[in-house]
Design a protein. Structure first.
Length: 269
């Protein structure tokens, strides 16, 4: 472990780094987080200070290390079936979609380690079944959390909000050395596509979605970045589609492209 100390000037450089890379506005209260999360990378890269590590990131000689730093500095906290009202809405919409012919598509736009996306997939598998094609697209800026998401392997304490019947149908409980863990069943994992997407840049061609979750991520953006990110994401939402944000978030002064229908739930005209 390095004994380097993160100075205020060095912290300011990393604040700018993560803003430029991901649009995240990092408050001064996050200095200890930055120091702790990057300390092992200094040792790994053989540099003696955070300033030297920053210079390495800026040099263009360590593109993989830049992604590692972004992964470490983006906060990822989630769990299954977080904010249940959104999943009730998803069930209602999916049930209505059973009579349609078009694939029902949903996007978890800040998927972190995958709990949200797999929660969506469980609801769709249950509500739509085999009658209509459905897709769950999940994205995050962090390759590290996406690798964990694809595995679908979680500590049991992270799964306590999964409905009991879904636990039986869609999950496998670990035994022996995997005791205390849960694995999302393979056929469900295969229905979720995890892809790296940076919401702070031009989006790839994603097609159009019936429902988009962009939850508990806008709190890390300043006003201008929120407006830009929301505009990009809403461009991928079908007319008549639904947009869900975190209960602590709001689109006031952010977007008029969707209309509020319930707290944290919006519909595109």
């Amino acid at each position: 472990m390095t004994g380097a100390t993160l100075t205020d000037d060095e912290f300011a450089r990393f604040q700018r780094f993560i803003f430029d890379a991901a649009g995240i506005t990092m408050s001064s209260s996050k200095k200890a987080l930055v120091s702790g999360r990057l300390a092992k990378r200094l040792q790994h890269c053989g540099v003696a200070s955070y300033g030297k590590y920053f210079e390495l990131l800026q040099s263009g000689k360590a593109k993989a290390e830049v992604q590692t730093a972004v992964d470490l500095l983006t906060t990822n906290e989630t769990y299954f079936f977080r904010e249940p009202r959104h999943f009730e809405l998803l069930r209602e919409l999916a049930t209505k979609a059973r009579g349609g012919r078009q694939p029902f598509r949903v996007w978890s736009a800040a998927s972190s380690t995958g709990e949200e996306a797999y929660s969506m997939a469980m609801v769709l598998a249950d509500a739509i079944g085999p009658t209509v094609p459905w897709e769950v697209f999940a994205s995050d800026i962090s390759t590290r959390v996406l690798e964990r998401a694809r595995r679908g392997h979680y500590p049991l304490e992270r799964t306590r909000h999964i409905p009991p019947d879904f636990l039986k149908r869609f999950c496998l409980r670990g035994t022996g050395p995997e005791d205390g863990t849960l694995l999302v069943e393979r056929s469900l994992r295969q229905r979720v596509q995890f892809t790296q997407v940076n919401l702070n840049t031009t989006l790839p061609q994603l097609g159009q979605f019936d429902v988009v979750f962009l939850r508990n991520v806008m709190i890390y953006f300043n006003g201008d970045t929120k407006r830009q990110v929301v505009a990009r994401v809403l461009s991928a939402l079908k007319p008549g589609g639904y947009f869900c944000i975190g209960h602590s978030e709001s689109l006031n002064d952010i977007s008029t492209a969707v209309q509020a229908v319930a707290p944290s739930i919006y519909r595109k005209p």
